[in-house]
Design a protein around this ligand. Structure first.
Ligand code: TRP
Length: 448
């Protein structure tokens, strides 16, 4: 069974692939703009706190379930509670993979366009690009094809091999950019904003934004870590592997901020510019920096690489489900899921000005999200579905499967987990579900 499904070839294989999934547009595009909007260093500290006290213990739960049953999210749940309605939590994870990929792939496509734009010295024109129907559709298709070609190769042949190459390249690029950025005139104001906390900036909304970002960034809540955990060996210490993933993910987000804020402040730009930060403000900065064209090309290559190792993981969940549960041939299934994702994502691609109908779609009330189809999908799958999935999965792991059995699985191969066992059981059964429940209430605007 495990032979046919594939397994990571080494401990490093899992760490690279899972860190590749976690590190993405969430770290380099979303994290900095949230920091900018939510007051800087205090948000950074809160975010790190939530990664440690909620994200990591929850991640151990998903990994343990996946390794215990050696299955995708649906199969994992059915192996524990055959024939129960809990399987719908697994299906939700599979749909969420396609749902997130359908809009994430669109934004990832823009990053590819920006590599080209920087290379030819075109620093403006964000609005024109994202409202050109042919350009956005082709870019989206290109990114989905690229993702499929890698997932096509299977677990260790494709995902692991590519992540091993791509992740170190990303780290090197980031280091270079940090050095460049902090040496700019006026960079110190940015470092102060980013590193010197002003605790009066912390409000209920800021707390919840930090918590939500911790889940999205660590790729939690849709069973991705169940799927990647299922390719792990029983001998492996999943706590130390999970800690590495959390550390790398947090480091990359932190490094992105170290590039972005010194540069922003050096240019006298507004840190609270919102989601357009990367695509609008950055090219402006590159245009004015000496050597900015080269920095711009490097930056968008880096962003595209980070997005690619995340889209790989998003595609892997539905593919693993079809391979395990429907005995479908992996190679055919990759193209089928990619095709469905492309059709499902086209309205998102066309919703930034290309199509009037999808630009003002407005199904979900305006107080929750913007009316364009892409923002609606981002809210539905990236916020609501992940939070709801994580709530249900923590209850499933802590109460249905049983926190004791989960803790036994974590202990297999682990050193030093014994002392924290009681604490972990408390977290997965009470603390984590309660905190996620509060995030969900916030998504519905109860605290506004
Ligand atoms: N974590 C990725 C990012 O930060 C996004 C992502 C990839 C994701 N796979 C996921 C989020 C699975 C939740 C679940 O960009």
């Amino acid at each position: 069974m495990s032979q046919a499904r594939g397994e990571w070839s080494s401990k490093l294989g899992f760490i690279f692939a899972a860190a590749g999934s976690a590190i993405g547009l969430g770290n380099i595009w979303r994290f900095p703009y949230l920091v900018g909007e939510n007051g800087g260093a205090a948000f950074v500290l809160l975010y790190i706190l939530f990664v440690i006290v909620i994200g990591l213990p929850y991640m151990f739960g998903e990994l343990a379930l996946g390794r215990f049953v050696q299955r995708n999210p649906v199969g994992a749940i059915q192996a524990i509670r055959p024939g129960s309605a809990w399987k719908w939590v697994g299906y939700l994870g599979v749909f969420t993979g396609v749902g997130i990929l359908s809009f994430y792939g669109v934004i990832a496509g823009w990053t590819v366009a920006y590599i080209y734009k920087m290379a030819v010295g075109s620093f403006g024109g964000f609005g024109e690009l994202i409202s050109d129907p042919l350009a956005v559709s082709l870019l989206f298709a290109f990114f989905i094809l690229l993702t499929s070609a890698i997932v096509y190769g299977g677990v260790s042949g494709g995902i692991e091999r590519w992540s091993k190459i791509l992740m170190p390249v990303l780290f090197l690029l980031l280091f270079g950019l940090i050095v460049y950025s902090v040496l700019l005139d006026g960079a110190s104001a940015g470092l102060k904003f980013y590193l010197n906390p002003d605790f009066s900036k912390i409000t209920g909304r800021v707390v919840l934004a930090a918590l939500g970002q911790a889940f999205f960034s660590l790729s939690l809540g849709m069973g991705l870590m169940i799927t990647y955990g299922s390719y792990m060996s029983k001998k492996e210490d999943l706590t130390s592997s999970g800690l590495y993933v959390g550390l790398f993910d947090t480091m990359v987000a932190f490094m992105a901020g170290l590039i972005i804020f010194p540069a922003l402040f050096a240019m006298g730009e507004n840190p609270a510019a919102g989601p357009g930060l990367v695509f609008v403000i950055f090219p402006k900065l590159f245009a004015q920096m000496p050597g900015g064209q080269i920095v711009g090309v490097l930056f968008f290559i880096l962003l595209a690489i980070a997005a690619l190792t995340s889209t790989i993981s998003l595609l892997e969940v539905p593919v693993a489900f079809m391979v395990d549960e429907h005995k479908a041939p992996r190679k055919k299934i990759v193209w089928a899921v990619a095709g469905v994702t492309f059709i499902f994502g086209l309205p998102s691609a066309l919703s930034q000005g290309a199509s009037e109908y999808f630009t003002n779609f407005g199904l979900i009330p305006g107080r929750l999200t913007d009316p364009d189809f892409l923002s609606q999908m981002s809210f539905l799958w990236g916020d609501f579905s992940l939070a709801f999935g994580a709530l249900m999965l923590s209850i499933f792991i802590g109460w249905v499967w049983g926190a004791d059995k989960a803790a036994d699985e974590i202990e297999s191969g682990a050193t030093g987990f014994g002392k924290l066992r009681g604490l972990w059981i408390f977290m997965i059964r009470y603390f984590i579900p309660l905190v996620i429940f509060i995030i969900l209430l916030n998504l519905f605007g109860l605290f506004n």
